[in-house]
Design a protein around this ligand. Structure first.
Ligand code: C2E
Ligand code: CA
Ligand code: CA
Ligand code: CA
Length: 278
């Protein structure tokens, strides 16, 4: 144990122990989070390219942990996916979203469609039933719900996935391919599945409009998507220059801090138009 080479190894394993313990603790806490009401839906406006008024919102989950404060979904969604808890959480998100839509409709407001993130494990036949039942329970037209999914859905049996996606679309639910451009096979996905929209990943938007290659890529993606009959949503729009460039390129919808940060339901509600004003 005198050789210095051992020291970093010991240090590393100890740190790893702590990390593993933290992870296990967080995973346990997450099981209780739904029951304890620690999860909350946030809403980030999605606007039509030439306008300011939101046409709808993406639903983003937040976890108010009793000791650790707000925990990002980037941290806890992977945990929920690894433990399978994502199915329970996903059901809860769908129910909450329908419940908010009902609440806003009852107030005479016109909420746009809500785009909900769906994990790979949720994409089974039961999802179709869950959504159908929720839509009827809350009297929500299915076009008020949109689903976003990333390329990793195809790690599973692709015949089964296709079937589920077809059933959802037949119900009138719009599907978006999320984080477009970050995976290995974005283009082959577009051939194999019939999505309604694609969301260009934030990493492509970041360098605009200085990054020449980035600009060329955006232009090409928009043209290609439109040829395939897909709408294009740009995410992570932070500056006026980015907004103007994306508009000019014919991008259909914009989302990002410039247009509005993810906000609580009551803050989002305050942005919604009334029937009479519409
Ligand atoms: P995502 O689906 O790609 O969501 C967009 C993320 O970008 C959100 O992070 C949002 O807050 C952030 N964002 C939006 N505009 C901007 C911007 O202008 N600049 C920057 N820097 N960031 C921006 P968030 O809320 O932390 O969510 C992270 C990821 O967690 C989401 O990525 C999604 O994959 C996952 N997630 C969130 N809610 C759910 C959920 O209910 N179910 C599932 N399965 N996954 C979820
Ligand atoms: Ca998303
Ligand atoms: Ca995304
Ligand atoms: Ca993402």
């Amino acid at each position: 144990a005198k050789t210095p080479a051992h020291l970093p190894i010991c240090f590393f394993t100890q740190e790893m122990n702590v990390r593993v313990r933290e992870r296990l603790q967080l995973e346990q806490d997450l099981h209780l989070a739904v029951e304890r009401g620690e999860l909350e839906l946030y809403f980030q406006p999605i606007v039509q390219s030439g306008q300011c008024q939101p046409v709808g919102a993406e639903v983003l989950l937040r976890w108010q942990h009793p000791q650790n404060g707000i925990i990002s979904p980037a941290t806890f969604i992977p945990l929920a996916e690894a433990s399978g808890l994502i199915v329970t959480i996903g059901d809860w998100v769908l129910r909450q979203a329908c419940s908010w839509l009902r609440h806003w409709l009852d107030l005479g407001l016109t909420p746009g469609p809500l785009a909900i993130n769906i994990s790979r494990l949720q994409l089974q036949d039961r999802l179709v039933t869950v959504i159908r039942d929720l839509a009827s329970e809350y009297r929500i037209a299915t076009h008020m719900l949109e689903l976003e999914m990333t390329e990793n859905i195809l790690l599973d049996d692709h015949v089964q996935v296709s079937k589920t996606l077809d059933q959802l679309q037949a119900m009138g639910i719009k599907l978006s391919l999320d984080d477009f451009g970050t995976g290995y096979s974005s283009l082959s996905y577009l051939r194999r599945f019939s999505f309604d929209a694609l969301k260009i990943d934030r990493s492509f938007i970041q360098g605009l409009p200085q990054d020449q290659d980035g600009c060329a890529l955006i232009g090409a993606i928009v043209v290609m998507a439109h040829r395939l009959g897909l709408r294009v949503v740009a995410e992570g729009v932070e500056t006026v220059e980015q907004r103007d460039f994306l508009r000019q390129q014919g991008c259909d919808f914009l989302q990002g801090y410039l247009l509005g940060r993810p906000m609580t339901a009551s803050a989002y509600q305050a942005t919604l138009p009334c029937f009479s004003a519409a």
